[in-house]
Write a protein that binds this ligand. Sequence first.
Ligand code: FMN
Length: 322
Amino acid sequence: MSQTRLYMAPMKGLTDHLFRGAFADHFGGFDLAVAPFITTKQGPHIKRKYVKDLLPENNDRLPVVPQILSKTAVDFIVLANYLYDMGYDTVNWNLGCPSPMVANKQRGSGMLPFTGRIQSFLDTVIPELRGSLSIKMRLGWKEKRDIFRLLPAIDPYPLAEIIIHPRTGLQRYEGPVDLEAFEACLAMTRHDVVYNGDIRTVGDFRRLSRRFDGVQAWMIGRWCLVDPFLPGHIRTGTDDIVDKIQRMQRFHETLFEAYHRGLDGSAHVMNKMKGLWRYLSLPFENCKKAMKEITKSRRPDQYLERVNRFFETEATVSKDNL
Ligand SMILES: Cc1cc2nc3c(=O)[nH]c(=O)nc-3n(C[C@H](O)[C@H](O)[C@H](O)COP(=O)(O)O)c2cc1C
């Protein structure tokens, strides 16, 4: 257990630096976060504003690995080296994004069928990087056999680790994770592998860690929004927090204030917060009416009043959910 490392998954639109900082302050449990992807730019100049989410002063509560989405080696080198020069040891390459807008252009998971292109990308990029590289990938774009071709081909490269989400790009985030295929992957690579996908409860974590006992790092995404106590619970093995709802309310308050200070205009703040409720609401019972009113509220004061009333007088969870 002491060697177990827990990573917060990158979730574009959700796990930005304000979220990561508030999460670390209120719940803890994670060893690091992989930041949501940034895309490469053409040309040699990167503006500080472009990497605002990754500025060290915005990330002093939880260690971060930046992630880049790109299929263009020269641009990748420029951005990755800029990030190493900011102080990062490792940069992650996104080979998992399932969005058709991305994948149809042979980026993200859409690059996985093209083993040769990935090899020549790594041939060009790795000698030029001033730090180490990890990769986050799926089993394939349309078919899981992509990864079975790819893993032996990338075995010789020096990689910090490979994070595997055992679904195809076509599956997006739905349907069962393919644990047999994940097991086969472990036997096909000498690299350290991080498991990611559908760790919803401590029971899930225990089952997976018993089955894959060589895996030491585990990544949790959506389910740390649904149950923010999950990483801490996995880490300590105990679930003795009695004031969970109050703590979620305080986290929400911190995040709301941080977005209020950090974002331009209340419409942005409201959109951000409403996006989170898609996951934050899941552990609560009979909350349909409250969620409807929360998502319909237009002004920040209306929104806050409704959310606080929910937390203080309505929110109930069943023991199985939180
Ligand atoms: C809204 C959303 C945004 C995501 N953004 C990214 C991203 O920027 N980079 C990435 O590698 N994966 C991204 N993912 C995938 C997650 O990192 C993770 O692989 C996926 O949610 C499965 O893990 P989970 O079952 O623990 O949620 C995103 C997922 C969601 C739901």
